[in-house]
Design a protein around this ligand. Structure first.
Ligand SMILES: [Ca+2]
Ligand SMILES: [Ca+2]
Ligand SMILES: [Ca+2]
Ligand SMILES: [Ca+2]
Length: 547
């Protein structure tokens, strides 16, 4: 048990922040399932001054890519990335997974210690090539020949700007804001906020008025918090930067000795590999609450559930041994009374799985949707979006942290309408570059669900309005239709996380959005990062005035 002193002055010194390879997120594996008709591919594409790639070689490379790339992820045709990113970033990394080491030596790619041991155990970086060298050259030639120079995205300059949320700023400011979580709890009517810094991270508790109730110093940033009878259960990431080191934990914070404020931290589950999401249910139906935790890791992350053995002991069970476990949600998916699990894996896998509880703590795992690694899955919601009585999936893809960030026309929100029995229709796509988190709620109180959505990777030189979008539901009949607009102050911070709730109890859902500013934005022509460093709030509370 660990007891640490919990009080921290919010107006603390400006801690030196460490630079972050934002990777609650993704690091591409790569790619291959194509529905692309190769006849439609353009026949352009020789590098200036080089001989054209023979048609025969292109055909061969196409076939080989469809044979090998799908072994690890959904097929990713060449047109999903511009040529220079395939060439300088993605194909060299894909080569690494097949035992070809050109940019870096194998040993430079593997962490030291226990983290590296986990990577070796998964054989992420083979010692010997797993693919014929000539075949690998042919696959690369195919991608170089067929990839476009740039990806075209539609302009969003003409999106309307509306003034329908009144901003409320919290007291105090951490410099620079590096928010990992904002979470409103209806039961307590409190907002929890966490910020990551190298040595000491902070967990703040606010009233929706912006008044600070308590600031709690923690060893690492919080990714998730749950209010329970015996205290706050907090998921601490351990390290925010990419690692497979098992240094994250699930802790319980409580008020000891009749204190009015939280004064005790106790680690309940340790040795977690960069955990980013948690949920709770009695999976084995023995009367006590068990835990499921998404551990993103880096190359050796995992989705596990933890069987409550009593006396604060938990036994680990593997659910999905694939790296990049990012989001997890308990629901009775097949309505048999047993709690099941929806689990999203990013990091190249880019899938949502249903883990169906068979009783006695056994699960049947079913993949229910998958997108190519380029899409960058970040979050999802599971709810009945079109009010037909069947739950739907809202899948948000927009991570762009793995190489040079660029606008991607396939970034955005996908709504997979449920057809029953965990089957879904082809998705309705709502584009938004860099989409990170989307929350459905009836913001205008007209009886249908609208969607608020933030972007961490908009193109700030031309499409900054995509920083925050409200998709107003204007559906007529069965056809789901949304019309987007943005909000005033859309680029006053760099939005990474969001929650919703009716903070002022007027019936209209409000929002809280958190800002994370240290990573360089792309397309920045206007000194926007300097502006954020000086003025971005840690988070902003947006009170809905849409009446
Ligand atoms: Ca149990
Ligand atoms: Ca539905
Ligand atoms: Ca509505
Ligand atoms: Ca409200």
């Amino acid at each position: 048990m660990k007891l640490i002193n919990l009080i921290m002055n919010l107006q603390q010194e400006k801690k030196t922040y460490f630079f972050i390879l934002l990777s609650i997120i993704t690091l591409i594996f790569f790619s291959c399932t194509g529905q692309q008709d190769q006849n439609q591919q353009q026949e352009s594409n020789t590098e200036k001054g080089l001989e054209p790639v023979p048609q025969e070689l292109i055909l061969q490379g196409n076939n080989l890519s469809r044979q090998y790339c799908v072994q690890c992820h959904l097929y990713t045709p060449p047109d999903l990335l511009p040529k220079h990113i395939w060439k300088n970033e993605v194909l060299p990394k894909m080569g690494n997974y097949h035992g070809f080491y050109q940019q870096k030596k194998r040993e430079e790619l593997i962490e030291k210690g226990i983290a590296g041991a986990k990577v070796l155990q998964r054989n992420v970086y083979p010692e010997q090539p797993t693919l014929d060298s000539a075949e690998w050259q042919t696959i690369q030639a195919f991608y170089f020949a067929k990839a476009p120079e740039i990806l075209e995205t539609a302009s969003t300059d003409d999106l309307p700007v509306k003034n329908i949320f009144q901003p409320v700023f919290p007291k105090g400011r951490i410099v620079p804001p590096m928010t990992t979580m904002v979470d409103f709890k209806e039961a307590s009517e409190l907002i929890y906020h966490s910020d990551v810094k190298k040595d000491v991270s902070v967990l703040n508790i606010y009233q929706p008025s912006g008044k600070l109730i308590q600031a709690i110093a923690m060893r690492s940033a919080a990714a998730k918090i749950d209010e329970k009878e015996d205290g706050l259960w907090v998921l601490n990431m351990g390290k925010f930067t990419s690692t497979d080191a098992p240094v994250g934990s699930l802790s319980r914070i409580s008020k000891r000795g009749g204190a009015s404020q939280y004064n005790s931290v106790e680690v309940m589950i340790d040795s977690l590999q960069r955990p980013v999401d948690v949920d709770y249910a009695d999976f084995d139906q023995d009367g006590d609450e068990d835990v499921v935790i998404a551990q993103f890791g880096n190359w050796a992350g995992i989705m596990e559930w933890f069987e409550n053995k009593g006396d604060k002991q938990y036994e680990r069970h593997t659910l999905i041994p694939i790296t990049g476990a990012e989001e997890v949600m308990v629901d009775d998916l097949n309505t048999d009374g047993l709690p099941d699990i929806l689990a999203m894996i990013a990091q190249g896998e880019e899938s949502i799985f249903a883990c169906i509880n068979q009783g006695n703590g056994r699960f049947q795992i079913r993949k229910i949707l998958q997108v190519p690694p380029t899409h960058g899955s970040v979050t999802f919601e599971y709810l009945d979006l079109n009010s037909d009585g069947i739950k739907d999936i809202l899948h948000v893809t927009g991570d762009n942290a793995d190489y040079e960030a660029i606008p991607k026309p396939y970034h955005g929100l996908r709504i997979y309408l449920g057809k029953g029995d965990l089957k879904f229709e082809a998705p309705l796509f709502l584009p938004q570059n860099g989409a990170y988190k989307a929350i459905p709620a009836d913001f205008d109180q007209d009886g249908d669900l609208d969607i608020a959505s933030i972007s961490f990777f908009p193109d700030y030189s031309g499409q900054a309005k995509e920083s925050i979008l409200i998709f107003e539901n204007v559906s007529v009949g069965d056809k789901l239709t949304f019309v987007p607009f943005t909000l005033e102050g859309y680029k006053s911070g760099r939005w990474i996380t969001m929650d919703s709730g009716d903070f002022d109890e007027d019936g209209y859902p409000d929002l809280v959005i958190g800002s994370f500013v240290v990573q360089n934005p792309y397309g920045n022509q206007s000194g926007i990062k300097k502006e954020w460093m000086e003025h971005s709030p840690m988070f902003v509370i947006l009170i809905n005035q849409w009446k």
